[in-house]
Design a protein around this ligand. Structure first.
Ligand code: AMP
Length: 315
């Protein structure tokens, strides 16, 4: 196939099968080129595009996968309602300079009889792992499979899913994957709402209620700047702000160690504040790294910060 050898800007290629994807990656590696990879579930927004642009900087070929992974959804979750629009995704990925969009089928990824799953012990017993049993086993299994299929040199993940990023980093180390894991700061709407494919399911009324996730994180940052260190007080204030909207149902509001995700009682150093809220029937998550005595969020290594107002994107 002619497009293997030469880089053809602006021409995006879709690969649907695992066999073809592996063959493409083998060819690229043989040509001494590097592959940067962005795994997604599609229905792109500016957050996904920022990850793709980061991938462009990390490798000379960029592969994006679009796969709504059934094994990471619980039986009562929104697998069927998850938004999908592959034509729109292809046009957006092309605008971000992506070379390959990999769209495997569920039957190819999980053929009948597939019976091996990757389970991690410690990090998944916190935050989303508590309300979504089995979710991270599904995530780890699909990411490990995608790493084996795409064989990337680097892979980019968003800090909006902080726990997911931590769990994938750990798996990559523990299982000796030769993939550089890159975290990208959360991309937000101009008013602060973290971009999410699920935002498409918010009507104007729910969209308004959803904004309090961001506002409660920003308020906690303000309280920290004013010297508040009591975690219980910070959580109470956030819960009050979120439940002021009757549409909102809190799954969790937690302040924890950013690495171990263990709860903490007092802010003495960087701490992760993470939220999950059902807004109507749409489950949204968000987080920020609280830093006592340090307001210069944008000077930090992006692996270790989320940042609120300064990470807004105009994309
Ligand atoms: P998803 O398609 O929602 O599974 O997300 C695919 C990747 O995009 C994951 O690494 C997410 O963490 C990342 N992502 C989703 N939303 C955002 C956002 N608002 N900012 C940065 N990264 C994001």
């Amino acid at each position: 196939m002619a497009w293997f050898g030469a880089r053809r800007r602006g021409i995006i290629q879709t690969i649907r099968t695992i066999t073809e994807m592996k063959a493409w990656s083998d060819r690229i590696r043989q040509a001494q080129e590097t592959i940067a990879f962005v795994p997604t579930m599609g229905y792109f927004h500016a957050g996904h595009l920022a990850l793709m642009r980061e991938a462009r900087r990390r490798g000379n070929r960029v592969v994006v996968s679009v796969f709504v992974n059934p094994t990471q959804f619980g039986p009562k979750e929104d697998f069927n309602a998850y938004p999908r629009d592959i034509d729109r995704d292809l046009a957006m990925a092309e605008s971000a300079g992506v070379d390959i969009v990999f769209t495997p089928s569920a039957a190819d990824m999980y053929p009948a009889g597939a019976d091996t799953f990757i389970r991690q012990e410690r990090l998944p017993v916190h935050l989303c792992g508590l309300s979504r049993p089995g979710h991270f086993t599904g995530v780890l299994t699909v990411v490990a499979k995608l790493f084996n299929i795409v064989n990337p040199h680097a892979a980019v993940f968003g800090q909006k899913d902080w726990q997911q990023l931590a769990i994938i980093r750990k798996m990559t180390t523990d299982l000796n994957f030769d993939v550089d894991i890159i975290g990208h700061p959360t991309v937000r709407e101009p008013d602060g709402l973290a971009m999410s494919s699920r935002n498409a399911r918010l009507d104007p009324n729910l969209r308004e209620a959803a904004l309090c996730l961001y506002r409660s994180l920003a308020a906690a940052e303000g309280q920290i700047r004013n010297g508040v260190t009591d975690v219980a007080a910070l959580i109470r204030a956030a819960e009050k702000q979120i439940t002021a909207y009757p549409q909102n149902r809190i799954d969790y509001v937690r302040i924890c160690d950013p690495d171990t995700l263990d709860d903490i009682n007092t802010i003495t150093g960087p701490a992760l504040m993470a939220l999950a809220v059902g807004v109507g029937d749409v489950r949204l998550i968000d987080n920020t790294l609280l830093r006592p005595g340090d307001q210069s969020l944008d000077t930090r290594d992006c692996r270790n910060m989320t940042g609120l107002p300064k990470t807004q994107s105009k994309e």
